[in-house]
Design a protein around this ligand. Structure first.
Ligand SMILES: Cc1ncc(COP(=O)(O)O)c(C=O)c1O
Length: 394
């Protein structure tokens, strides 16, 4: 097909040409001085994006590896962890924790709402013996478009006066939605390259509090590749304990430069605005959002329910029609939402006209697949983007 493919899944996201060009530089000696400058620079940049003055590490891995690193560095076999069923990714992280030998209290959820801070507080208050060692939360549930409120969860933990570590998956929020590792006193934040950081897949990130570092000295889950200690020791001199993903780090340096040029607050405001426009389109179509609570709307993606009408095409048939006719990829429904929803990614390197094109493709695809809907959602989004509609929610 002519023209550019529209990659509107909620990650991997569109990689800016600047980043692609940066990645295309020759690979260098990862034990030489030029690499040390590169490594120190990107580690500083990553800390800035996590909003931490503490330690950060960058693994040559996907986000799943960074999840594993957060658990094996801080916990011991049989330790109790409090986790929440917010959706598919929270479920995968829980499954990993169980396979690693942790005792997980997995609070059931409806896949349409985020973590309830009151439940966090009451679970921790009830834990009089302080058996819970970690509370693990997915900040932005990429499978549902629901963003949990980390500041409120932190307050709930403080309210209960409980010493558990707070582990937060920021995989589809970092660089897209306001996130504050130090201010919210998160102990381990987990990120990766292929979402708001606008890179291809291949880098996994941890930001680490002093409390988490202290826990790592006595944590007994087996760890080798993911061990923070050799990573942090070698990083201090600008090196890695094994071969780093050199070319992705070139890309990361460029992506950090782009985020600095725009300014993180403006980046977050841009994501909020695009998300609001996307929700106006969905409402205009007469369709329902997966996210039930307006305080938990995601700025990086919008998940849309298919109308529950007998004989209606399932969400994957609509996605297939859109891919074949308009060369646009939308996110599929994951886990128990398979076939019931589709997800529109609007994060990373993105602008008004890309969103307008994306929403136009969805509207034409809904018509193509004969889904019962009200035409005109795109117009509602355009009115909002052009400033002719009432202002967005803060
Ligand atoms: C919130 C969240 N957590 C974890 C993951 C797993 O990351 P990866 O597929 O890079 O291993 C994803 C992937 O999309 C995600 O969206």
């Amino acid at each position: 097909m002519s023209g550019r493919h529209f990659l509107q899944i909620p990650g991997p996201t569109n990689v800016p040409d600047r980043v692609l060009r940066a990645i295309a530089q020759p690979t260098i000696d990862h034990r030489g001085p030029a690499f040390a400058t590169l490594a120190r620079g990107v580690l500083d940049g990553v800390r800035e994006i996590f909003k931490t003055k503490g330690a950060a590490v960058i693994y040559p891995s996907s986000g799943t590896g960074a999840w594993e690193a957060s658990l094996v560095n801080t916990l011991s076999p049989g330790d109790k962890a409090l986790m929440f069923e917010t959706g598919h990714f929270a479920t995968l992280w829980r499954n990993m924790a169980v396979r690693l030998g942790l005792d997980v209290d997995f609070v059931p959820g409806d896949w349409r709402t985020g973590v309830d801070p009151e439940v966090v507080e009451s679970k921790l208050r009830d834990d009089r013996g302080r058996a819970i060692k970690a509370v693990a939360v997915v900040h932005n549930e990429t499978s549902t478009g629901v963003t949990s409120r980390i500041a409120a969860i932190r307050r709930a933990m403080d309210g209960a006066g409980h010493p558990a570590l707070l582990l937060v998956d920021t995989i589809s929020s970092l660089g897209s939605i306001d996130y504050r590792h130090d201010e919210w006193r998160v102990d381990v934040s987990i990120g990766c390259s292929q979402k708001g950081l606008m890179l291809p897949p291949g880098l996994g990130l941890n930001a680490i509090s002093d409390k988490a570092l202290a826990a790592s000295t006595s944590a007994r889950l087996p760890r080798a590749y993911w061990d923070w200690a050799p990573m942090i020791a070698d990083n201090a001199a600008g090196f890695f304990p094994y071969t780093p993903a050199t070319n992705l780090l070139y890309g990361l340096r460029e992506a950090i430069a782009m985020l600095r040029e725009e300014g993180l607050d403006r980046v977050f405001a841009r994501h909020c605005r695009h998300a609001e426009a996307a929700r106006r389109a969905v409402r205009g179509w007469g369709l329902e959002l997966v996210c039930r609570n307006p305080d938990e709307y995601s700025s990086s993606l919008t998940a849309v329910m298919m109308p529950d009408v007998p004989g209606n095409a399932d969400a994957d048939a609509v996605r297939k029609a859109i891919l074949e006719r308009f060369d646009m990829s939308l996110g599929t429904g994951l886990g128990k939402l398979k076939g019931k929803i589709f997800r529109i990614g609007h994060l990373g390197d993105f602008n008004d006209l890309m969103l307008a094109g994306t929403l136009s493709g969805v509207e034409m695809g809904l018509a193509d697949a004969r889904v019962p809907f009200t035409p005109g959602g795109v117009l509602a989004a355009l009115e909002y983007l052009s400033g002719r509609a009432p202002a967005a929610r803060a």
